[in-house]
Design a protein. Structure first.
Length: 144
């Protein structure tokens, strides 16, 4: 396996373990945090938009969104521009836990970048963005 791919895979799994452990009392999963973060930035996104943003299939988003709705974190409403689509809106419960979610994510980033140069962290983030965009582009071309 490609060493960078292996490292990224391990890092993602460790981050998810950390989030799931730290957020046990909030009853929010690592995947749900991703979707909440997007909705904190722009409430009213559609399930299709989340699927596109995270490059996952629509069925996976629908399953997670259904769980989030059951937990009282979001509500789904018909999109007035396209009745076949559902828009997702944060509930008051989701808004109240935002500071705690941010605190946990910030703590993880601080732990991971401790004793590292801030410029290096920024450069790594930028580099990973470029790699992700290339990977998406390659796989979209393959799917065509």
């Amino acid at each position: 396996m490609n060493i960078i791919g292996k490292q990224i895979n391990i890092l993602v799994r460790q981050f998810n373990l950390y989030l799931n452990h730290e957020l046990t009392g909030l009853n929010v999963s690592a995947t749900e945090i991703l979707y909440l973060a997007s909705l904190y930035k722009e409430d009213g996104l559609t399930q299709d938009e989340l699927a596109s943003e995270y490059v996952v299939d629509k069925a996976a988003v629908a399953r997670t969104v259904s769980k989030m709705e059951d937990k009282g974190l979001i509500t789904r409403k018909d999109n007035p521009k396209n009745r076949r689509q559902k828009q997702l809106f944060l509930t008051e419960k989701a808004r109240k836990i935002k500071p705690e979610l941010k605190k946990v994510q910030d703590r993880w980033l601080k732990i991971m970048t401790e004793d590292e140069d801030a410029g290096l962290t920024e450069a790594l983030s930028s580099y990973l963005d470029r790699i992700v965009n290339r990977a998406i582009s390659v796989n979209q071309k393959e799917a065509e």
